[in-house]
Design a protein around this ligand. Structure first.
Ligand code: PLP
Length: 460
């Protein structure tokens, strides 16, 4: 049988690894809408962003023309410590599902931070260092981004200050300790260290925090302290650019075995892993060279794509960040405590939002219990304990493979396995004990979030 020739794992040699990131925006006919200054409603200029972000990253953020960005040698060297990541043929899962579909996953959990976030963390830390800065500030929800950034900062000798959503700070003490081990300082958010934190605490005493609120605090500290800038692990155009390494490697690996995927699936929180995984494939689609079915998967408890509005909104609760046009539930929306913490952001990458708006990709919302059923099935067949976030993609990959079983189609499915779930065992415990709930926001819940959308001068 010819398919037995395809190995379980396809690795690239070091000299086959990508040496440039791919900027998908260069191939988009309809560019993502520009970031706006919340005060004036006008597109932000580079000089308005440089007090917040490093200069090089501002340039990447605003650049919609340059197709390829050479990856600086020092970042390439860091990548080689944990990349290339394998493209794995899920033979055992296929067999368990008894499907004619061929399932592949790109595994990004093979580093201590346990997720794809390290791909952008090292890039952002590198540019901060290059600019002669002392350190960076950021927020973290579930903790993967903060961990990745701590690792990158330790490697480069940069100071790292992390605001961690209070509920995670308390529930995930081990994540916190990993960050501290890498030298980061970790503050539960909202805190009394910032004006915005004090304001939020006064308005909502006893709040357990949110990602949007932690972002506001991190930005405030960066802007007020010379030698510091703010970095963000998802949503931004620059983050999708860095994450294109995932898709570029995947495509090279597929080329090596002479396979083309039909369906590409990824979980979507702020959109960085999905945007990175699909980048080169979506580029082919935009240039009319190939067609792929692309599916974003989000939690039913935080359904930005499937029930959100495509509108300008703040990225943070404190409303101090630039406005981005994206699918959003409103910056005041606080999702129910879903166990896939990395998918609890109210908005979505402007790049993916535009592509979705243009009908170039689909989205599905899935319920938590069904996600953990898929996670368990995957763990028992493929051996890897998946992150709850990644398991959203697994769930839909299984659904698609089971459809193929009904129709007899031999589709090739690729999904992004973004990370491992060792720090999510409280969630697994809830699932194993049958105590997991599937709260889905009502239309009234969502209406409250939409009511807080900003009125942008000149836009409706
Ligand atoms: C952060 C995270 C996600 C979601 O973030 P995106 O920016 O949408 O990719 C998914 N999986 C894991 C493991 C994460 O840590």
């Amino acid at each position: 049988m010819s398919e037995n020739k395809i190995p379980y794992k396809v690795y690239l040699a070091e000299n086959e690894m990508p040496t440039a990131w791919y900027n998908l925006r260069a191939d988009m006919k309809n560019k993502p809408a520009p970031l706006l200054n919340p005060g004036t409603g006008l597109p932000l200029k580079a000089e308005e962003l440089t007090p917040i972000f490093c200069e090089e990253l501002v340039q990447q953020e605003l650049d919609e023309d340059t197709k390829f960005y050479p990856i600086p040698q020092e970042i390439q060297d860091f990548y080689k410590m944990y990349r290339p990541s394998p493209l794995v043929r899920a033979y055992c899962l296929e067999k368990a599902l008894d499907t004619p579909a061929k399932i592949y996953y790109k595994f990004e959990g093979n580093n201590t931070s346990g997720s794809h976030k390290l791909n952008s963390a090292i890039a952002q830390a590198y540019y901060a260092k290059n600019q002669g800065l002392k350190g960076v500030t950021t927020e973290t929800g579930a903790g993967q981004w903060g961990t990745a950034l701590s690792m990158a900062c330790a490697y480069l000798g940069l100071d790292c200050k992390v605001f961690m959503v209070k509920v995670s700070y308390e529930q995930k003490p081990f994540r916190r300790e990993v960050m501290r081990t890498y030298g980061a300082s970790v503050t539960p958010s909202p805190s009394t260290e910032t004006e915005v934190g004090r304001r939020i605490l006064e308005a909502h005493p006893g709040t357990t925090g949110s990602l949007g609120c932690a972002i506001s605090e991190a930005v405030e500290v960066a802007v007020k302290n010379p030698g510091y800038r703010y970095v963000l692990g998802s949503v931004l155009n620059q983050v999708l650019l860095h994450q294109s390494i995932i898709g570029l490697e995947a495509r090279t690996a597929f080329d090596k075995i002479g396979v083309k995927p039909d369906v590409i699936i990824g979980c979507a929180g702020g959109g960085s892993n999905l945007g990175g995984l699909i980048a080169p494939f979506m580029g082919e689609k935009l240039r009319g060279e190939a067609d792929y079915q692309i599916i974003a998967v989000e939690p039913a408890s935080c359904p930005s794509f499937t029930r959100g509005k495509y509108a300008y909104d703040f990225c943070d609760t404190g409303m101090i960040c630039p406005l981005a046009k994206m699918y959003t539930l409103g910056s005041s929306f606080i999702p129910s405590p879903n166990h896939a913490g990395g998918l609890r952001f109210h908005g979505m990458s402007p790049v993916l939002s535009q592509l979705y708006h243009d009908g170039l990709m689909e989205a599905r919302a899935v319920e938590q219990t069904s996600v953990f059923e898929a996670a368990e099935r995957f763990a028992r067949t493929e051996g890897i304990l998946p992150a709850p976030e990644s398991s959203h993609a697994i769930k839909v990959a299984i659904d698609e493979a089971l459809k193929c079983k009904e129709t007899g189609e031999e589709k090739t499915i690729l999904f992004g396995l973004t990370g491992t779930g060792y720090f999510d065992l409280v969630a697994y415990q809830k699932f194993n004990d049958g105590e997991m709930s599937d709260y889905i926001p009502t239309d009234e819940d969502l209406a409250r979030g939409f009511a807080g959308l900003p009125k942008v001068p000149g836009m409706e």
